[in-house]
Design a protein around this ligand. Structure first.
Ligand code: AMP
Ligand code: MG
Length: 340
């Protein structure tokens, strides 16, 4: 298969580019496009064969469900069998935006999308390209991130091409994505409501709408006080090079200056002397969200012996970035090379 790449404006997508994307989707094909979060790999959600093609192109295991992107609340209600008042209030306040709501599925949703489960993840994306594709198609688009399974999510069209060239029909290149991290996923089918994946919408944003104490989130792997065993760490969103995380300067000191080590310092490490290693610094949560996956991909291209990440502080505004880093890295103490 030859993958076609077309370029369009992110704020005012061209009618011809959108029409081509819609044509591919309506024919059961796969179109990659920029959401405000990351690039998604889209297929018509109500077409089981098209949805199956997403799993094949990504090498995605069938146990991992897909998010369904809808154009408005009306379309969301067609995909869900229940639309509780909480969903309505959240959707009115935060859609279009990076919040996925998990609700009981309706019979319109193919089994593959839900990984055989009884719930479906729904959201209205905020990017003009995504919204124009959904409106043009006239029905929802199932779209996971447009990367090979387990690899870093793509935030630029070049990342999609690097992972999926020859596997998909079309990439609509509208430049780097605005946010750079995947949506917050909130399960509304359990009490209290549970954040399944931290993201750009924070727990306090949700509590403002749902009430304090009504939302829970799991502790992160590797965060203070919680030590999950290394084997239980879900590796996801990961670079190809061996990648390790350090929380203190003393820890990272052992790795600085070692041959083949790239250091990535994220958040508030002013004054740390990293000059002996190739290094990259992402200062604020927004900058880190936008730049993290691109930086990891660029580090990979250097083929380092190890990427060592100095973690941002354990604060709510860093939650989503810390979550992705915890999945992309192992504790530096586990690095055999750190003793030499
Ligand atoms: P991605 O491949 O980054 O788009 O990830 C989609 C993610 O959304 C999945 O890995 C799940 O974490 C989450 N998700 C989607 N649908 C559901 C669902 N029905 N129940 C729970 N989580 C879901
Ligand atoms: Mg993904």
């Amino acid at each position: 298969m030859k993958t076609q790449v077309i370029v369009t404006d992110p704020d005012h997508p061209g009618p011809a580019e959108i029409a081509r994307g819609v044509e591919v989707l309506a024919g059961g094909g796969l179109t990659a496009f920029a959401a405000e979060t990351v690039y998604g790999l889209g297929a018509q959600a109500f077409d089981p064969a098209a949805v199956a093609a997403i799993f094949a192109a990504k090498g995605r295991p069938a146990v991992n469900p897909l998010i369904v992107h809808v154009g408005d609340i009306g379309q969301a209600r067609i995909c869900a069998s229940e639309w509780p008042d909480e969903a309505d209030r959240l959707a009115r306040a935060l859609w279009p935006g990076p919040l996925t709501l998990v609700l009981p599925r309706s019979s319109m949703i193919p089994d593959l999308i839900t990984a055989g489960g009884s719930t479906v993840g729904l959201r209205v994306p905020a990017s003009p390209v995504a919204l124009a594709l959904i409106r043009g198609l006239g029905s929802p688009i199932a779209a996971p991130s447009a990367n090979r399974s387990n690899h870093l999510s793509p935030t630029r069209a070049e990342h999609v091409v690097a992972d999926l060239d020859g596997q998909i029909d079309l990439v609509i290149d509208s430049g780097p994505t605005a946010i750079g991290l995947e949506s917050t996923v909130l399960d509304l089918t359990t009490t209290p409501y549970r954040i399944l994946r931290p993201g750009p919408i924070l727990i306090q944003d949700l509590e403002t709408i749902l009430g304090p104490g009504n939302v829970v989130q799991d502790a992160l792997a590797g965060s203070t006080g919680i030590l999950k065993s290394p084997g239980s760490l879900a590796v996801h969103y990961a670079p190809r090079s061996p990648a390790f995380r350090a929380s203190t300067r003393a820890e990272v000191d052992r790795a600085i200056g070692l041959e083949g080590v790239v250091v990535v310092a994220i958040g508030g490490h002013a004054g740390l002397d990293l000059s002996r290693s190739p290094r990259h610094i992402l200062e604020s949560p927004d900058e880190a969200a936008r730049g993290l996956y691109d930086l990891m991909r660029r580090c990979d291209l250097m083929e380092p012996r190890a990427i060592v990440v100095l973690m941002p502080p354990d604060e709510p505004r860093w939650r989503a970035v810390r979550d992705r880093l915890a999945r992309a890295t192992c504790p530096l103490a586990e690095w055999p090379g750190s003793g030499d």
